[in-house]
Ligand binder design. Sequence first.
Ligand SMILES: Cc1ncc(COP(=O)(O)O)c(C=O)c1O
Length: 462
Amino acid sequence: MQQTRTRAESQTKFLLDETQLPRRWYNIRPDMPTAPLPVLHPGTGQPIGPDDLAPLFPLELIAQEVSEEPEIAIPEEVLEIYSLWRPTPLYRAHRLEQAIGTRSAIFYKYEGVSPPGSHKPNTAVAQAYYNKQEGRTRLSTETGAGQWGSALAFACKLIGLECKVYMVRISYDQKPNRRSMIQAWGAEIVPSPSPETAAGRAILAEDPDTPGSLGIAISEAVEDAAGRDDTAYSLGSVLNHVLLHQTVIGQEALAQMEAAGAFPDVVIGCVGGGSNFAGLAFPFLREKIAGREIDVLACEPTACPTLTRGPFAYDFGDTSQLTPLVAMHTLGHDFVPAPIHAGGLRYHGVAPLISQLVRDGLVRAEAYVQRDVFASAVLFAGSEGILPAPEAAHAIHGALGAAKAADEAGVERTILFNLSGHGHFDMTAYDKYLEGKLEDVALDEDEIERALRAIEGLPTPV
Ligand SMILES: Cc1ncc(COP(=O)(O)O)c(C=O)c1O
């Protein structure tokens, strides 16, 4: 036993073989102490039903969105595609621990080994699969950093669907290689706002130089899908079914932590819409809800401080008010975040499931400025080797903060974070950081109040 512990303690990678790939997704809804509030129809203010969503999503995903089943079986074809890169590795960050001289143990789950380079294909493959099953031939979507767009393009290629991607204009300009990758997997891509939709044209008329935002790109993709029978809309984060599909991450991590002879005191992820965070954290939150003590930390940018400064309110998921109203932490649907380099974290809302868990005190949140985040990314790259995506670097920064706090308190903690993707297509951002040209962005209270005026008059959550 002692020998096993010693070996596990000095080990760096904890790998599972393909037979250990989780065969079910974990649904946190039935375990939540407070049920999430219903999604409302913006016209009637009444809860929406499956018929309202059917033009946009396949029935199986609508069923998963409201399911109270504790687990949902993963279809064989999805498992077969997952096996191209899953199970993903879990690392003990020995070298990072040494670099900062902490007494705590730091582990990270690495999702950057997927072909597109992030956690996003965990849901892209599942969504493409159900759409194909139900006869759709084309999907439309938005993408911020380009990770989601490339994940859906990849999934559509493997499953056999057409794909149209509306990419937030600032990222389209900053990341030409993500664009090429999306095209190489056969998808069509345009910068958003685009002149191809009414939503895009309206925003361009008002502000021709807008950097765009995820909220705007969602409006365009939803409009595209709503206008064509062959097309469904696919969202890369926020919705319950998306978070559900990501839970393979945390289930694997539970088994890998056990192999390491450890259990985390702190579980950390970055939050844009919330999917990678949920993917790692939800299976651990099941343990926390059952009575285990775990500090669960969500990390976000100060430029888009949804959980730390946005109220819990009913709001639209998109800028042009095409989506139903969801109860979530929000900065207001027409909030256009500053063009920071963590493009995937520039979203005005956060998943309703996570927002409710924050409200219930099961998850806490912190916000960081981008130069601090990049400093942590470079420190991580210099010790562990991997160049992280700027989004994922928020989780690294959170983990370093947790280790420092533990050292200052004179305690040893076990810290686990999600490294949601690599940053190989984010080198412009690294260039800017290394040249000292990155700027920190913090919002003053007036800007937040101005943005929140957009939700005045919408229903209030009770
Ligand atoms: C690598 C990476 N991490 C995190 C995110 C944030 O999304 P989510 O909060 O849904 O995980 C993105 C989004 O594009 C991303 O590309």
